[in-house]
Design a protein around this ligand. Sequence first.
Ligand code: SAM
Length: 396
Amino acid sequence: MIFLPAIAHPLPGLIAGPGTCVPSLKRRIVRGLTGLISLPQVGGWPWFGATDQMDDMMPWGRGMLVTRPGGGGGVDPSEPEPAVTTSRAMSFYHAPVLLAEVIELLQPAPGKLIFDGTLGGGGHSEALLQHGARVVAMDQDPNALRHAEERLKAYAPQFCALRGNFRNFPQIVEETGVSGFDGMLVDIGVSSHQLDEASRGFSFSKDAPLDMRMDTDAPVTADDLINTAEEAELARIFFEYGEEPAGRRIARAIVKARASRRIDTTLKLAEVVAAAAPKRGKRHPATLVFQALRIAVNDELAALHDFLAAAPRWLKPGGRLAVIAFHSLEDRIVKQTLQHLCAPFLDRPEWPEPRPNPDCLLKPVTRKAVKATPLEIELNPRARSAVLRVAERLPG
Ligand SMILES: C[S@@+](CC[C@H](N)C(=O)[O-])C[C@H]1O[C@@H](n2cnc3c(N)ncnc32)[C@H](O)[C@@H]1O
């Protein structure tokens, strides 16, 4: 990201610089779970002249930045269509999965404000913006934010992207003055770009340093875990996050191998794993180990738990929460948490009768998980494992 030269700004901690549709650039230093994280903001913000109540809550007042003369929330039908072709001209980053289903279920429209916690290549955000919604997006990967800045610049008056982990969204979003959303989306896991970019170390299809951090400033890499974690801890990671039946054997082989040379590249790790746990079926023997390591490095399941615990209270009545998961570990968390948040009563054997559930804030929208159509899977095989679940905030 290009940081524009700082100019005087009325609020401490904010840096504003010149730009076409990106008039403000905010950097905050927040102490997150992974230490100090710098949070650049891309996109236009706030949306002056928008008609909904949230504008009254913008912390830095109206009229400070000029975005669109007389602009309202969402797309003004009298204005020319935004340049949808921008994204097509850009190199491939990530194909959004279940896009039509997400749009149908989140119902983006002018006047609505939607949170996209996993901006990635910006495909879902772009479609939400094209339907006239305003979008507050977040990603922990600075590369995704840079890409989105370019792809979505035509929507700057409607769009704001923040760097950070979605598990911390309440603190990060609160700083912008927003207090509620009409829709919230997370499409968890890694993007195709992260997988394909060899230097990120997510894949054993290319040799690269063993990194696997989505947040490139996070303190712990896969290399650190593989070369310093105790054998029992490695076995736990492979078993819990990869459901790898040979987890113990693989952990033992890693500890033995690292005693003679550091396992610091994707291919070195894949070799050690393949030697310890020969191939079963079509899958490369290191597939589940790589999945497990990625989940551990990025603390993905705990981040999902934290997000799901906070999200319902950030939905306006009738607002919808949509979560796309890619493997059973994630989907189990989503399914069970939504079941709990949608249950009006709780029951336990030791209770004489069911009791009202104080956490019941949602009602289910999708009774069953939504999956990709055969056509989408044919066009984008990654969609095969995508599972979408949606729930809606109850009134009151
Ligand atoms: C599957 S991609 C999202 C793709 C996106 N929906 C699109 O249409 O292009 C997941 C993205 O979410 C980000 N991500 C994953 N977990 C995150 C978390 N806990 N907090 C913030 N970003 C996260 C990743 O860095 C990645 O860019």
